[in-house]
Design a protein around this ligand. Structure first.
Ligand code: HEC
Length: 187
């Protein structure tokens, strides 16, 4: 019996240490995503007010990747946005992210109150955080089923393979992701 207890303790110590590192990355991920969402949301609103949706397309096109690149450089994680149906093919999810997005979609359809999040640590110590992005009324300017014909034209010019249309407010639009490299697991 005694040896059993010791055996269990031996197992628990490294698990606890790993969990602490995981929690730090999880908390930091949520902060990064909050900054991303806030900065982009402000820029989008400014652009829509100042120049309307056609002009704001350029902001989404330039600013979203620029903010993501800045946060990535600052934190050492790979930060970005993805979705089940993408406007920019560069935002296509891999199989793991797609599975998480499918779960988010189901949760939102089932009526969860807050945007779902997910944090997974891979066997090699890489970690990935995703947080659902829910469609707001303002998003329908460019992601709704019907958009202004000028928006339609501008989108067709920049994104000939656009799949990110036909959303309604409350739908899952996509997710922010924060992907931590394995080397972070050791600190
Ligand atoms: C003025 C037009 C416009 C509005 C309004 C807009 N978007 Fe977008 N959205 C875009 C463009 C353009 C892209 C492609 C950006 C790129 O090239 O990376 C995009 C891409 C995205 C992506 C990345 C995945 C993909 O489809 O490539 C997400 C997620 C997204 N938008 C969510 C939103 C949400 C949520 C809102 C409302 C808060 C919103 N968008 C409002 C134009 C818009």
């Amino acid at each position: 019996m005694k040896s059993m207890v010791l055996f269990l303790l031996g197992l628990m110590v490294p698990v606890a240490a790993t969990a602490a590192t995981e929690d730090a990355r999880r908390v930091q991920s949520a902060e990064i995503v909050e900054r991303f969402q806030e900065t982009l949301g402000q820029r989008l609103k400014q652009a829509l007010t100042a120049g309307g949706p056609v002009a704001a397309i350029a902001v989404c096109q330039r600013e979203a990747p620029a903010i993501a690149a800045r946060l990535s450089a600052e934190t050492g994680a790979r930060v970005g946005r993805t979705a089940l149906r993408v406007r920019n093919p560069a935002n296509q999810p891999d199989a793991d992210a797609r599975a998480v997005l499918e779960r988010f979609d189901q949760a939102i359809r089932a009526g969860v109150e807050r945007p779902p999040e997910s944090f997974e640590v891979m066997r090699d110590g890489q970690a990935r955080y995703l947080k659902a992005i829910v469609t707001q009324p303002i998003c329908l300017n460019c992601h709704g089923a019907t958009v202004d014909p000028q928006v339609e034209q501008a989108l067709a010019r920049h994104y000939p393979d656009d799949q990110a249309r036909g959303y309604a407010a409350g739908d899952l639009r996509g997710a922010f992701f924060v992907h931590w490299p394995a080397s972070r697991g050791g600190d």
